[in-house]
Ligand binder design. Structure first.
Ligand code: B4P
Length: 187
């Protein structure tokens, strides 16, 4: 978890590789559908371009289908999901049915000034339509209102690991890997 631009996608790939599990990014799945022009992509694009969340029903069904794939059998890393309380409840039910409880929740902690600078840089380099300054501000507001409160839910369950998301990408990855290893019973 973490605000837009915290580095969830960047770290998910590295950390999933380290632990030998698939990284499942709802943002990446939406973007792939947008570029392939699927009905899901057409629907999702309206929300993403405005910096709003794609509706829970759409996102939840997509994640349930992805978690049913055989490559998740020995573990997985979710990137950017859940982002709303309804997604938390849905995920709880899906994982309970699979008898595969969440083991850790990582929150990447990054200053807001650093976030805006990163996303404006990405806008210049990659031209993502949801990286304009106005849309970035909306995404930060949506995160504060809808997603930031979820960290308290996971903290109460004893699952939350807060990690400093600033500094070199490899240093952040090492911090995440260390935090997970230290919190794992088998470590
Ligand atoms: P996401 O794809 O999850 O993207 P994000 O929040 O913008 O960024 P992330 O934190 O992954 O940052 P990144 O590693 O790319 O979501 C996009 C949209 O999809 C959402 O706004 C929403 O509309 C929709 N969506 C996704 N999931 C959803 C859900 N569950 N429910 C509803 N809607 C959903 O890093 C950002 C930049 O920083 C990159 O340019 C990177 O190179 C740079 N960077 C990373 N780490 C750095 C470091 N340590 N130092 C300097 N720069 C760094």
């Amino acid at each position: 978890m973490g605000p837009p631009g915290a580095g969830k996608g960047t770290q998910a790939v590295l950390v999933a590789e380290y632990f030998g599990v698939p990284a499942i990014s709802t943002g990446d799945i939406f973007r792939a559908n947008v570029s392939e022009g699927t009905p899901l992509g057409v629907e999702a694009q309206r929300y993403m371009d405005a910096g709003d969340y794609v509706p829970d029903e759409i996102t939840n069904d997509m994640v349930r289908d992805r978690l049913a794939q055989p490559d998740t059998a020995s573990g997985f890393l979710l990137d950017g999901y859940p982002r709303t309380l309804s997604q938390v409840e849905f995920l709880d039910n899906v994982l309970a049915a699979q008898n595969a409880p969440l083991e850790h929740v990582i929150e990447l902690v990054v200053d807001e000034d650093e976030i805006v600078a990163r996303l404006l840089k990405r806008a210049a380099e990659e031209g993502r339509t949801d990286d304009s300054e106005e849309v970035i501000r909306n995404r930060l507001r949506v995160y504060r209102e809808q997603t930031a409160p979820l960290t308290a839910v996971y903290a109460e369950r004893g699952l939350l690991l807060r990690v400093d998301g600033q500094g070199a990408v490899d240093d952040v990855a090492a911090r995440v890997e260390d935090a997970i290893s230290a919190a794992s019973p088998e470590a």
